[in-house]
Write a protein that binds this ligand. Structure first.
Ligand code: EPU
Length: 417
């Protein structure tokens, strides 16, 4: 078993270079199979979620090769077969193969996906969208058989602006006959990045990044070269880290606009930030003050920042509150933060944090990806040694986290026990 061992209390400075966005890359890879020609995606992070998707591609007999940060995918000889549970359960994003295989072949059989246990995470909106496009769905024991004689464009209103449903419907609709309109679509930057890839392949998508996306079906898609956008959640995690224990810590290769909801909250708490064109430099505030945040869909304060941000709030003076509105079970890191010395109470979907409290190192468990990131930050500000188990959750989404942190002066090691 792998663990992370952190000796906390160090001031961190230097530069962290942000990798390509996990939540974009995990949709771009399934999207690439809609083309029969070669698709090259660069700036792909080296994380285990990407390895899992490449395994699925190989299982489907697509050609996939990886050099440095690029992945080349050619799927003209691939086979549309049921992805085994051991592969689909490895990550949430395996469900993008539902939309992509349905769009390519008019038929897909797939299991319910895996991913972090942060709520029930149903896929009803994805299925409703496929049905609107003319597919029939049969479900047995969490295995979905989705098929359509012909996919036809439709007007689809999403009850919730779901990232996954917006992308999956987009993938299924791109080669459907006629025009599809997705209303109340998710507006996250990852949606824009995927629409850009599809358009580079020859699709006709407009409105990505707004709440109305229009997709005019095309009969075939060709080759292209595409770049993954910088990971705004990885960027936000390091910015929060800098707010906790940074001294001119520079986070570079980012799009500052993508993290604006976070940076404005940090500024409200009194954290000094220097916002550049593609970087943000952050220094720990002398006496940050308590604030309130509420998670929302983009461009609101992202749920993915919530867990790391709660660690920052333990260092703020006064009573802070975080209301989690997206997932019903995303406070699993809180008992571990209290074990480290934080004063936090959770009632319904709101965490009340009283600070500042010193944190003392202890043995804790990463229950999910962003909970793991939160505990890494907590360990880095805590006095003494922190051991984090279930590291596999963290390496699903953070490329070279140990190296990046070591480079800025952290004392962190990955150990096999
Ligand atoms: N929802 C439904 N029905 C659906 C789809 C979603 O009720 O058919 C609900 C979910 O249960 C949840 C809410 O809608 O309560 C938001 O879900 P959404 O579909 O927007 O999220 P997702 O596609 O499952 C992606 C990211 C998450 C990120 C969310 C919100 C990927 C692979 N995952 O999840 O990332 O938190 O959008 O921005 O892109 C992470 O990176 O740690 C992570 C969990």
């Amino acid at each position: 078993m792998k663990i992370l061992e952190i000796e906390g209390g160090k001031t961190l400075s230097g530069t962290v270079r942000i990798s390509g966005a996990k939540n974009s890359a995990v949709a771009l890879i399934p999207a690439a199979i809609l083309s029969d020609e070669e698709v090259t995606i660069c700036n792909v992070p080296e994380i285990t979620d990407i390895e899992a998707l490449c395994e699925i591609l190989k299982y489907l007999h697509a050609d996939v090769s990886r050099t440095n940060d690029s992945i080349v995918i050619k799927s003209n000889h691939m086979e549309n077969r049921e992805i085994p549970t051991n592969l689909s359960k490895k990550l949430r994003a395996s469900y993008y193969f539902m939309g992509a295989l349905l769009g390519k072949y008019g038929y897909v059989k797939m299991r319910f996906p895996g991913g972090c246990s942060i709520g029930a995470r149903p896929i009803n909106l994805h299925l409703k969208g496929f049905e609107a496009l003319g597919a029939t769905i049969k479900e047995q024991h969490n295995c979905y058989l989705v098929e359509a004689k012909e996919l036809k464009g439709a007007n689809i209103y999403l009850d919730f602006a779901s990232v996954g449903a917006t992308l999956n419907i987009m993938l299924a609709a791109v080669k459907a006959k006629g025009t599809t309109i997705i209303d109340n679509a998710a507006k996250e930057p990852e949606i824009v990045n995927v629409a850009t890839l599809l358009n580079n392949m020859g699709a006709k998508i407009t409105g990505a990044g707004t709440s109305t996306i229009k997709i005019q079906g095309v009969s075939s898609l060709g080759s292209c070269f595409h770049e993954v956008i910088p990971d705004r959640i990885e960027a936000g995690t390091y910015i929060i880290l800098g707010a906790c224990c940074g001294d001119h810590l520079k986070i570079e290769n980012i799009i500052p606009e993508h993290v604006e909801a976070l940076t404005s909250k940090l500024q409200e708490a009194g954290v000094p930030l220097e916002i550049g064109i593609d970087s943000i430099t952050v220094t720990k505030a002398k006496k940050p003050k308590a604030i309130q945040v509420r998670t929302q869909t983009y461009p609101g304060f992202a749920t993915d920042f919530q867990q790391p941000f709660s660690v920052f709030l333990t260092q703020c003076e006064g009573k802070s509150k975080i209301e989690e509105t997206i997932y019903e079970n995303r406070f699993m890191h809180i008992p571990y933060l209290t074990q480290l010395g934080a004063d936090i109470r959770v009632k319904n979907q709101t965490a009340t944090i009283i600070g500042p409290t010193p944190l003392i190192g202890s043995s804790v468990v990463a229950t999910d990806l962003r909970a793991g990131a939160a505990l890494v930050i907590a360990g880095l500000i805590a006095e003494g040694k922190t051991q984090i188990t279930n590291v596999e959750h963290i390496v699903r989404g953070y490329e070279q986290i140990v190296e990046k942190l070591t480079n800025i002066g952290a004392n962190i090691k990955e150990r096999e026990i």
